[in-house]
Design a protein around this ligand. Structure first.
Ligand code: F6P
Length: 321
């Protein structure tokens, strides 16, 4: 069978750089004589039959845009057998010979279902700000999210220092403390709370009080959302130390904005590789980069990665506070 049409969708939480990946997929496909179909709203768009044709011009001027022109969703319907059957049928109906799924671990599992149960050729691209997928050093969107959070924290530092306050800053990361650790080191925060490690309020507050006694007038704690909620942490610190404490939840601003160069380049390289693999008849894989070389792994293995640098970062934060 000659490969004629590639489908592409973005799924789960969006991340800056997804558009650069879509552009790369469409144009690399065209360069190999393959048409591109864009599925709107991720797997839900397959179920709804919401599929559009993407040409060279459809992806003009998007390399520098955050979000995803294809829109994205977390589809409940796709988690059911009927939903998956409908999605697989739509892939056949639209003449899609292979599907590229850009998303995080949930999207990877959805793609794996299509591949294993319905024999749909799929390739996944790591599109999540969480940077928690195996087989890649970076996921598309993470570097932009880290920079966005750093930019915000630099501003918070000005007021924290001027008003001699403690600040608790909540960043994204439900099961992954990756963003929190990067941001804590990059912002020069005094402490970090991450889902990978338990924390103790007694120790946290003792450090703050000791710092305060030594003349440290402001204290910044970065909390990953999955480790602790900033309002609660701030209230507890105030109750335990009597020191004035404020909190900021950075929330979804971390998912938006102009993608930084690293995310655009990563997305472009991985999009091109995904097209090559599908056209060459390879599927059931996820692509990433390891030490700047493109890396291809089997899908079932790609859904989760432990951060190997947790202890190194925690040590640094402690030493440098
Ligand atoms: O998976 C990406 C992510 O941004 C997580 O860091 C965060 O916990 C989650 O999505 C938030 O999802 P939603 O946009 O549905 O609130």
């Amino acid at each position: 069978m000659s490969f004629k049409k590639i489908g592409v969708l973005t799924s789960g939480g969006d991340g800056p750089g997804m558009n650069a990946a879509i552009r790369s997929i469409v144009r690399c496909g065209l360069s190999r004589g393959v048409e591109a179909a864009g599925v709107i709203r991720g797997f839900q768009g397959l179920i709804d039959g919401d599929v559009i044709s993407l040409g060279h011009r459809s992806v003009s001027n998007i390399i520098n845009r955050g979000g995803t022109i294809l829109k994205t969703a977390r589809s409940e319907a796709f988690k059911t057998e009927d939903g998956q059957k409908a999605a697989a049928a739509a892939i056949k109906k639209f003449g899609i010979d292979g599907l590229i799924v850009i998303g995080g671990d949930g999207s990877y599992r959805g793609a794996q279902d299509l591949y294993e149960k319905y024999h749909i050729p799929v390739i996944c691209l790591p599109g999540t700000i969480d940077n928690d997928l195996y087989g890649t050093d970076q996921t598309i969107g993470c570097q932009t999210a880290v920079n966005t959070a750093l930019d915000a924290i630099d501003k918070i530092r000005d007021t924290a220092h001027s008003m001699e306050r403690i600040f608790v800053i909540e960043v994204m990361g439900n099961r992954s403390g990756y963003i929190a650790l990067e941001v804590a080191v990059g912002a020069g925060a005094e402490d970090v709370l991450i889902p990978e490690r338990k924390f103790d309020y007694e120790v946290l507050c003792r450090n703050i009080v000791e710092g305060n006694q030594k003349g440290k007038i402001s204290w910044m704690i970065v909390a990953a959302e999955g480790a602790a909620k900033a309002p609660e942490v701030a209230a507890k610190i105030h109750a335990m130390t009597g020191l004035e404490t404020r909190f900021v939840v950075l929330g979804h601003i971390q998912r938006g904005g102009v993608p930084v160069g690293a995310d655009r380049i990563l997305a472009t390289r991985l999009g091109a590789k995904a097209v090559d693999l599908l056209v060459e008849g390879v599927s059931g894989k996820a692509v990433g980069v390891l030490e700047n070389e493109i890396n291809v792994v089997d899908l079932p293995n790609a859904c989760k990665r432990e951060n190997k640098h947790v202890d190194e970062y925690l040590r640094l934060i402690k030493i440098l506070r």
